[in-house]
Design a protein around this ligand. Structure first.
Ligand code: AMP
Length: 311
């Protein structure tokens, strides 16, 4: 019998369980009714990694500029997050600015400065042999494809996200990524924009026909819905929280979802959505990554119980 208390065995098992994510690593400037904040450490890969690291080791693929602050590296060097696939290049880190409406239901992009992302070509991915899950976080679809094409052996699960910008600018490439994905996460507006359907159930069904076996449509304060061929499952949000900054809600939702699936298998996806929803509820109740950095697992479990009681 294998002695699982043996540390080497544990290490090898964990290495085989790696989640990889490619996405943005950013400095965000935000305007909200509850205050403004500049140069917050953000980006789709950052939020994802902090959430997924609650469950599994996460390897981040991305790029920062020479202005990326030590505080950012401290966050990216958190427990369970690995940075050997992050390039640091002369130039500016990706910057994004957003302004939220007073009820947080809509967001305007104020600026997107690509900085070092403009000419980014991912280097050969270090140590990608044993990837269980690859998450193609919100970033230009050509970059998502570049990373996916580096895999000789397809990861067990390829999951993806995108945003309205890429649907506007390069929808054909977005469809290419969708066709390679097993799990597609997107929000309700993006689902309607992408499919031209009039409701999200029809949009989800159409997306299922394009490749993914699971489509998860996020509906902000109205929860999320899983659309599979045979069923549809609705998961609510954690109720009655004061929203401070919704940035990263979707990415941390994806991190919680895929971290949980990495440990419990794809058949646990509905339960994974509950964990994802609990983690996202912490993200939105503080600015930037503040709550995610300090989050411990017992706090997540408490909110999981509440969300379960609402299903
Ligand atoms: P979310 O609130 O889940 O949509 O994700 C917010 C994060 O996405 C922010 O931290 C931004 O830095 C990042 N972001 C915004 N626009 C882009 C973009 N065009 N490409 C990649 N990341 C972006």
């Amino acid at each position: 019998m294998i002695d699982t208390s043996n540390l080497l065995y544990y290490h090898i098992m964990k290495v085989k369980d790696n989640i990889f994510v490619v996405g943005s690593i950013a400095l965000d400037s935000l305007e909200t009714i509850n205050g403004n904040s500049d140069d917050l450490i953000g980006g789709s890969a950052t939020y994802f990694a902090l959430a997924a690291a609650q469950f599994s080791p996460v390897k981040v693929i991305g790029i920062v500029g020479e202005d990326f602050p030590k505080q950012g590296w401290d966050i990216l060097n958190s427990k369970n997050i690995f940075c050997e696939n992050i390039l640091s290049k002369p130039g500016k880190t990706f910057r994004w600015g957003g302004r939220y409406s007073d009820d947080y239901s809509t967001r305007d992009t104020l600026f997107t400065d690509l900085g070092v992302f403009e000419d980014y070509v991912p280097a050969e991915i270090v140590d990608n042999k044993n990837t269980s899950i690859l998450f193609l976080a919100n970033i230009h679809p050509d970059l998502q494809l570049n990373v996916l094409n580096q895999y000789d052996v397809k990861p067990n699960i390829v999951a993806m996200d995108t945003m309205n910008l890429w649907i506007d600018l390069c929808v054909d490439e977005v469809w290419k990524v969708i066709s390679t994905s097993d799990i597609f996460l997107l929000n309700d507006e993006e689902a309607i924009q992408l499919t031209n359907q009039s409701n999200i159930n029809d949009a989800g069904k159409m997306l299922l026909d394009k490749g993914p076996s699971h489509v998860i449509i996020k509906k902000g304060a109205h929860g999320s819905v899983l659309i599979e061929n045979s069923s549809t499952i609705e998961i609510p949000v954690y109720p009655d929280i004061k929203i401070m900054d919704p940035t990263g809600a979707g990415d941390s939702y994806a991190g919680g979802l895929l971290g949980y699936i990495n440990n419990n298998g794809i058949s646990s996806i509905a339960d994974a959505m509950v964990y994802a929803s609990a983690i996202a509820s912490y993200t939105v109740s503080e600015f930037g990554t503040k709550n995610l950095i300090n989050l411990n697992f017992s706090e997540i479990e408490k909110r999981v119980e509440v969300i379960r009681s609402l299903i």
